[in-house]
Design a protein around this ligand. Structure first.
Ligand code: BTN
Length: 246
């Protein structure tokens, strides 16, 4: 990292030493009427959550951050913001580790040299103040969990010596603000194109594991709704939720 990152205008920030989960704190703040956009971080989470009900242990020195937003957009397109967040997290990782291969993995992970570097958890709700969205991002800066089904890594393992959670958040927030502006002004197509340019495994064989079935085929892209397109003997099967393995 060369120049000092600049915090994006209009975004708030609250840093905690310890929380159950930054996503849970963001939801509580939304329900208390907070309008956002507001980044919430915790040096330690006692009940961090991942996708599919899994626990997320951020580990000391890693980044655990959630953005509370009230997007002025139809709820049907809000899922597109997971691609906005993945691009922001990938940009951040690439700024810190310019020598590593940084990719995005459907639906919204970030990989470093083929291993999981960051995960993203979107949660939303509606209350008396309107619709709210929380985008939770966990990035392995200092260490990573061993023995995970999909192998993990950290920026430290990629050779980045001093990625502090504070600096990482500042870069992440700036890159999110950039891609959020792109999404709002140019729409999802520009985001989709940028995401595909960074996508791991595009054009190659993958296995998509759904809750009750598994499908194999060629990763052909994502559609305008963000579903993964699996080419199975020339027929495109959209996958809207699941886990991908290469
Ligand atoms: C995944 O399963 O890949 C998503 C992981 C998301 C973890 C982050 S850490 C910050 C925020 N707070 C949480 O409890 N979860 C998300």
């Amino acid at each position: 990292m060369s120049a000092d990152p600049v915090w994006p205008q209009g975004y708030g920030k609250i840093a905690h030493r310890e929380l159950d989960s930054t996503n849970d704190e963001a939801r509580r703040m939304a329900e208390a009427g907070e309008a956002g956009p507001l980044w919430i971080t915790a040096a330690r989470q006692t009940a961090g959550r991942g996708r599919r009900g899994r626990a997320w242990d951020a580990g000391t020195g890693n980044l655990a951050a959630s953005l509370l937003l009230r997007p002025q957009a139809p709820e049907a397109v809000i899922g597109q913001l997971s691609f906005v967040a993945a691009l922001a997290a990938a940009d951040m990782a690439a700024q810190f580790a310019p020598g590593a291969i940084i990719e995005v993995k459907w639906p919204n992970d970030v990989l470093g040299n083929g291993k999981k570097l960051a995960g993203i958890l979107l949660e939303s709700g509606r209350d008396s103040h309107g619709f709210w969205l929380v985008i939770g991002i966990g990035m392995n800066l200092a260490d990573f969990p061993e023995g995970t089904e999909f192998p993990a890594t950290s920026l430290a393992e990629l050779g980045v010596a001093a990625a502090s959670p504070d600096t990482a958040l500042c870069v992440l927030a700036a890159r999110f603000a950039h891609w959020y502006d792109v999404w709002m002004s140019l729409g999802f197509e520009t985001v989709r194109t940028a995401w595909l340019a960074r996508a791991a495994g595009l054009g190659g064989p993958i296995r998509a594991r759904l809750p009750h079935e598994t499908h194999e085929g060629i990763f052909a892209g994502i559609d305008t709704g963000g579903a993964l397109l699996l080419n199975q003997q020339g027929r495109l099967r959209p996958i809207t939720a699941g886990e991908v393995f290469f």
